[in-house]
Design a binder for this molecule. Sequence first.
Ligand code: BGC
Length: 747
Amino acid sequence: MHLSTGILKSSLPAFIFFLLIQTSIAQNRPGAAFSPTDSIKVETLLSQMTLDEKVGQLSLFASGWEVTGPAMNTRYKQLIRDGKVGAILNASTPDYVKKLQKMAVEESRLKIPLLFGYDVIHGYRTIFPIPLGQAASWDLDAIEKADRIAAGEASAEGICWTFAPMVDISRDPRWGRVSEGAGEDPFLGSRIAEARVRGFQGTGYEDGRHILACAKHFAAYGDPMAGRDYNVVDISPASLYEYYLPPYKACVDAGVATVMTSFNEINGMPSTCNSWLLTDLLRKEWGFNGFVVTDWTSINELVEHGVAEDLKSAAELSLNAGVDMDMMGSTFLDYLPGLVKENKVKISDIDRAVRYILRAKIQVGLFDDPYRFCNQQREQSEIMTKESLEFARKLVSESCVLLKNDNRTLPVPQRVRTLAVIGPLGDAKKEMLGNWNAAGDWKNCITLLEGIRNKCKGSVNVSFEKGCNINDKDLSGIEAAVKLAQKADYVILALGESGEMSGEAASRSDIDLPGVQNQLADAVINSGKPTAVVLFNGRPLSISHLEAIAPAILETWFGGTQAGNGITDVLFGDVNPSGKITMSFPRNTGQIPVFYSRKNTGRPFKSDQPDEKYVSRYLDCPVTPLYPFGFGLSYTNFSYSGIKALVKGNEITVSASVTNTGERDGEEIVQLYIQDKVGSITRPLKELKGFKKLLIRKGQTVQVTFTLSADDLSFYHPDLKKYWEPGEFNAFVGGSSATVISATFRL
Ligand code: BGC
């Protein structure tokens, strides 16, 4: 029997201990309230802890890296032995994690095991498309499966906690972290958030292959002013409730084990010391019963925000607001004991935080076996398996979005014998992982060129020219690229951003193609050869110029380990693209924020009166985005007809027919939008309320039916009460948010 369970045993009657062991894991379903057995265990430990040991549990420190491999700072090692660390981040591999865990469970007084956290954002070793790309698949089962595989791999290497999913809604593609989220829509964002929590946590941790998830960054981190990372958020309470909060709430309802506070302030109050957010809303209103961790040093940053005069008062504000664990700041460890003595922090509030953290450790099974996630055998046999790689390849092709396809430029015609792959992203192994690539190794990635060569093997002559770099002013490679294009039957032009141009601290004020890539595109496309552009990027780009000149554009995001193979499957028609963007692509940066669920205004622009001056419009650009939310083409065509909306009591049924009018089978993401025509406050022109992804055979017509309840039409009012208002509604069904077929109903 393990030492830490030994501690519990020695202080409890034998029969209770037996009961605890029998029931501990089974009762610990994600999101469940404290079970009696959890409570006995937690209280037993709590009663033995000194104040220093308690604040130690509230402290999270990062492991570092040296040339020789992973390494732990000497101070942190001593803190672990002293029982003053609750969790470690960025430590991985069974041996290394075991080594650190051993310090805690064999050398510290109370032998409380450590949690090991890691940013498993889109895969662990098998890297899947970036989350914004996965979202474009609208395939909740696939998204859940990707996180299940990621949890399986991470848990074999010592990790029992991920800092994911990131569920920040954002309407601003300048913000680099849109790559980590699901896009602009709260309804879709919430469904994806739930799927991701299920993927990581499963229905429990018994199998040792699921890990604690963390909904982040709470809250509204996705709405920074001017799209600049970490910038202030100034938002009306009704918009906060309606657009930004739903995905976090969905995670809580799905039983997420932890929540991370965001770096930003909301209306003057930084999240990390916002007691309304962390206690009134999260705990009391939503009933969250996991633990709240800060983002990296965000307690310390309260001093920079200007709400705390020093680190000590920052620690006081955060703990009292409802934070349970301090990530990397050391403020809880350094100041909470003193603050308790000065009566500025109550011991009962510290106990609150300790309880939540100990409970998470019990839930994930660390008290039963602190080494259960260090499994060399699983590391050998369950990481980057053939099945995982095949699935990753499939998810890459599901994430691709065909943005333009004039004259059926794609798929690459079978008659093509010489193919030129051109562009700075054509053979860019290091970029394929995108940002946040966990333990993924770029050397394992398949580039676009490699994917195409794997496919063509001798039947097509494939050559490559880079043409230019991703982001500099050097034009010298363009001539060679044009020469290669002239000799080829067909050109694939790989353009976009580097992986590091999105993600944290990677906002851009101009989101067109960087460097001289537009010049490269002009020159290559001018060669007159059929050209398909393949885009790699971590955000929507403003590619109006490219859209005007390129015959075909395939958006592929950053696909991860299997990027090149999955994209090639789409380019050559082995997979018919079905992805739809989940964030609008602006025509230029000045249009941002541009999103589908906009309001009409009192002076809307009307396309049948294009010259009307005194309307809400630009002089130099249309009001619509370049590509709207929900948009994506297929190699076949779908037509919509026969929309009907029927009301029976409080239930609304909306149905429509969708016909595959083209020559190939294809999957279509059928979307339902609603408009509340007259409200006591203004309502958006369209709001997504449902979607279905369907395989429709060529020539086939399917009837699609959505059922809504009146409650689905509720919205937040200025008093923050949510209810629906009777009246007339429009229902729209189609293949994007720009769909126009509609039916009216009254409720
Ligand atoms: C990020 C978080 C991340 C944390 C730990 C922070 O800088 O904002 O998303 O989980 O670092 O790596």
